[in-house]
Design a protein around this ligand. Structure first.
Ligand code: SAH
Length: 209
């Protein structure tokens, strides 16, 4: 139930649902999602659904992870990617297959410790982690070719300022009770905004736990 064959079924399903980029499909085929959830849930790891990871948070649905990864690959191949909301570490592990380095931030220390352990066990050495409130981004490592926000809310302007020229930011923006996945592409001082569809993420919160 956690084999490479099961994972390939998920890859085919995502392709059927419209994920086209072969780099994204290969990355989903590569990363063992069952290692990013509790053992009790591992038999459900290759369903296309979000699952609880503790502390009221969730590992994102594979389709959404694939969609966001595809969206950041729309420009040039990103060398440096910043993620806000490490959670289980799954999205970071997928990004680590398609970028040179991933910088990921999480505000809940307990979740970050577990994610770090997974990166270590899986030999994902191109992921750097930080226990911080990601609303401020990671100024010391900016600029980034891509920024992926994996919790919903008002996307802080500090993040847009840390985008490299030509870089893209993808994340869920809160509009009343609804969230919309947006992609913002920077060209100089211009920020072009596109809407990619309705999504549901846990909320962005302030401060550390
Ligand atoms: N990318 C994750 C999704 C986890 S859910 C995965 O693949 O599993 C979103 C995560 O964002 C949660 O773990 C939550 O604690 C975290 N989060 C929310 N607000 C944050 C903030 N301001 N800074 C950093 N992380 C935040």
């Amino acid at each position: 139930m956690t084999s490479a064959a099961t994972r390939q079924r998920l890859v085919r399903r995502l392709a059927d649902e419209g994920i086209r980029d072969p780099r994204v499909l290969a990355a989903i085929g590569e990363v063992p999602r069952h290692r990013f959830v509790d053992e009790a849930l591992s038999s459900r790891a290759y369903e296309d659904s979000a699952l609880p990871i503790g502390r009221g948070q969730t590992i994102s649905q594979p389709f959404v992870v694939a969609l966001m990864t595809e969206a950041v690959l729309s420009a040039v191949r990103p060398s440096r990617v910043l993620e806000i909301g490490t959670g289980s570490g799954y999205q970071a592990a997928v990004l680590a297959q398609v970028a040179d380095r991933v910088f990921t931030t999480e505000r809940i220390g307990e979740l970050l410790r577990t994610a770090r352990q997974r990166f270590h066990e899986l030999g994902l050495h191109n992921i750097l982690t930080r226990h911080v409130d990601g609303l401020a981004g990671w100024p010391g490592q900016a600029p980034f070719d891509a920024i992926v926000v994996t919790a919903g809310g008002e996307i802080p302007s500090a993040l847009f300022a840390q985008l490299a020229d030509g870089g893209v930011l993808v994340g869920p923006e809160q509009h009343g009770a609804h969230q919309e996945l947006i992609r913002v592409t920077r060209s100089g001082d211009d920020f072009e905004r596109e809407q990619l569809g309705a999504v549901t993420f846990v909320p962005l919160r302030q401060g550390l736990e």
